[in-house]
Design a protein around this ligand. Sequence first.
Ligand code: R5P
Length: 296
Amino acid sequence: MALKVIGWPGAPLAADLAAELDAESCALALHRFPDGETLVRLDTGVDGHDVVFAVSLDGADAKALPLLFAADAARELGARRVLLVAPYLAYMRQDKRFHAGEALSSRTFARLVSSSFDALVTVDPHLHRWRDLAQLFTIPARAAHAAPAMAQWIAANVEHPLIVGPDSESEQWVAQVARLAGAPWVVMQKTRRGDADVSVRLPGPLAAGRTPVLVDDIVSTGRSLVAAAGALAEAGMRGTVAVAVHALFEESAGRALHIGGIERIVSCDTIAHPSNGIRTVPALARAVRDIISSTG
Ligand code: R5P
């Protein structure tokens, strides 16, 4: 397969994915002009190649336009197909007009991606009000799943785990991780009043003698995990571990998690972060191979 993987400068994803796919990798060359605009350059020949842009979309506002420029450049320079591999897919949580006048960013972003790329591969996108990626994207789109790797990590590192989801949206990950780890699970009820104002309620008494393992798809402010860990501590549970797919960790999150008394937090490698301890790149590579072979 004549495949080239191009990544974001300084991010390990492209080289990691290219190693799994036995492909060549390089980074996009970016130049920031004094006026804040970005010049994008491909430092590798792409004529006749399938080109994979492997860029996780944390900090999406800064990455989105350069990526669209790069996709067009690749196509104009003769790429056979141009794929986006974004282990973290941005804007998926804005799947409803929560307040009057708000933009439905997930739909607009999907339209932009669909108009510039031939296919999309991601890891566990935040699908809640959107049923699946096909509802949003008009190009072939695949989601690789982190649950098997998360379950494996939990089974190897936590004795007698009780898998706990901080809200009903986490049920899809929690139930699957628990089944694969052979552990019981519960899901809390969450109320979010603002970005950093979150409270949760336990569904009832919890199984005794278990180590709680909070499982969520995204850690952003960390407030969901902190509220959930607080409720577990009040219920007498000790040694809470947290496992997350996408470690967005906005600036105050590390402090919040520390205060929140979570004993250990481990994330998947979908966004490079010091908490990374679970590899999803092999699953991502399988999804890339699959989408390339099934789209001819
Ligand atoms: C919400 O729907 C998501 O599944 C996460 O629970 C949420 O995005 C986490 O955000 P934060 O870390 O800011 O509480």
